[in-house]
Design a protein around this ligand. Structure first.
Ligand SMILES: Cc1cc2nc3c(=O)[nH]c(=O)nc-3n(C[C@H](O)[C@H](O)[C@H](O)COP(=O)(O)OP(=O)(O)OC[C@H]3O[C@@H](n4cnc5c(N)ncnc54)[C@H](O)[C@@H]3O)c2cc1C
Length: 387
């Protein structure tokens, strides 16, 4: 637990959504904040996320909504296509907005850059921590060491801080039976072919989704069932093998795969306790909900805000109160994510047909209500009322 005095120093490990948002709130609460990030430089682009729920309210409180709106991807519909690219079913943007109230679709990198632009703390890229102790002592890979009042592990689903302080990943990570790859790439021709509709091709156990972002760029997501969480040595080769026969834009996408394509197992993180001594985890590091749940960025921002609020309210018991407010929302969203697997990666042709039928009927209020229950878990009440 951090001591309470005027000169408090915080180290944040990971400059993703949770780390940057933690830095933002802690800075404003008077902390002296340092951030380390293992990537060599800021990661732009990435995958398309739907951003709504409590994170949207946190962004409003941070004054970020105008900048986020400016980066909003203008999605006109969500369309299911067959392997020739013919439309099978569609949900209009109006219907989607009705079910996902206030949703902003944007690139993960755009969300991160909007938060980063508001930070005073400098970020040390290309480095990490090699040892972390729960009394706040930290060693860095260059051999230097330091001591902090607070160490925030915001280093994602494969958190190093979690491993160093709480134990091996295997104790906390729940594999959801799929691998995923996501990337954005500039390709004017492909981008024009796809247009501003989120288009997805689904065959049993495999899915490709893509969308034209802006300036000839597009974002793509690939998802497939795999019995083992073990990642392939050559992700690009694994993707070519899995998706090469799929038709539609699959061959074109596979031909423009960037070298640094995001590739990972799809998993959730489930830990009984998120803090030890002066060390606390935020975001995916302690509560990844997975892309099936689709609210990870929103919850990462919410967790960062709630943590800073509780530290400001008083050091004594702050971590317990933070976890007490966040964990039920995370668990609820995780459960919802596990139920959503069958929607996003249906296991049979008839399940795909059923999902497409629901999309086709999305104009009906009763069906919208059903879809709303499937895309938006109810996590109201995590945030204190707006002032
Ligand atoms: C394909 C896909 C689609 C998604 N769609 C949505 C969506 O629609 N809506 C939504 O809200 N969420 C979505 N998510 C989830 C969302 O992106 C994550 O939940 C969110 O980014 C979590 O933020 P985070 O900061 O905890 O982790 P991350 O964003 O993963 O950031 C962790 C950071 O820590 C850094 N790091 C890792 N290890 C170390 C280390 N040892 N030392 C220093 N730094 C380190 C990483 O480089 C990274 O910058 C999606 C995720 C994926 C993969």
């Amino acid at each position: 637990m951090p001591k309470s005095n005027a000169q408090q120093r915080a180290l944040i490990v990971g400059a993703g959504i949770a780390g940057l948002t933690s830095a933002w709130w802690l800075e404003r609460a008077g902390w002296d904040v340092s951030v380390v990030e293992k990537a060599p430089s800021f990661r732009a682009g990435g995958y398309l996320i739907d951003f709504f729920g409590p994170g949207h309210e946190v962004a409003r409180r941070m004054g970020l909504l105008p900048a986020l709106e400016a980066r909003r991807a203008p999605i006109s519909s969500v369309t299911s296509v067959d392997s020739s690219g013919r439309r099978r079913a569609e949900i209009s943007a109006a219907a989607y907005e009705a079910v996902a109230d206030g949703v902003i679709s944007l690139l993960r990198g755009d969300l991160a850059s909007v938060i980063r632009a508001e930070l005073r703390a400098s970020i040390r890229y290309g480095t990490t921590v090699s040892a972390v102790f729960d009394d706040g002592r930290v060693t860095f890979p260059d051999g230097s060491s330091d001591e902090f009042d607070l160490v925030v592990g915001a280093d994602g689903v494969h958190s190093r801080v979690r491993e160093l302080v709480f134990g091996p990943s295997a104790s906390f990570v729940r594999y959801l039976g799929h691998h995923t790859a996501a990337f954005s790439v500039r390709d004017v021709e492909l981008s024009a072919r796809i247009g501003h509709r989120y288009q997805m091709l689904t065959v049993p156990h495999r899915m490709i989704g893509c969308y034209a972002v802006r300036d000839g760029a597009m974002a793509a997501l690939m998802l497939y069932r795999s019995a083992s969480p073990e990642l392939p040595a050559d992700p690009a080769a694994a993707l070519r093998e899995r998706f090469g026969d799929l038709g539609w834009v699959a061959p074109a996408l596979l031909s423009v795969l960037p070298e640094d394509v995001y590739y990972d197992e799809v998993s959730q993180v489930d830990m009984p306790v998120w803090h030890r001594g002066r060390v606390v985890l935020v975001g995916d590091a302690c509560g990844a909900v997975s892309l099936f749940a689709g609210h990870g960025a929103s919850l990462a921002m919410t967790g960062a805000c709630v943590l800073a609020e509780e530290l400001t309210a008083g050091a004594e018991g702050a971590f317990e109160r933070y976890q007490g407010r966040m964990k039920p929302a995370v668990e609820h969203t995780q459960e919802f994510g596990r139920r959503f697997i069958g929607w996003m990666a249906p296991s049979s042709a008839w399940r795909i047909a059923l999902r497409d039928m629901v999309l086709r009927l999305s104009g009906l209020p009763v069906v919208r209500k059903l879809i709303r229950g499937s895309v938006a878990p109810d996590v109201d009440g995590v945030l204190t009322p707006a002032t």
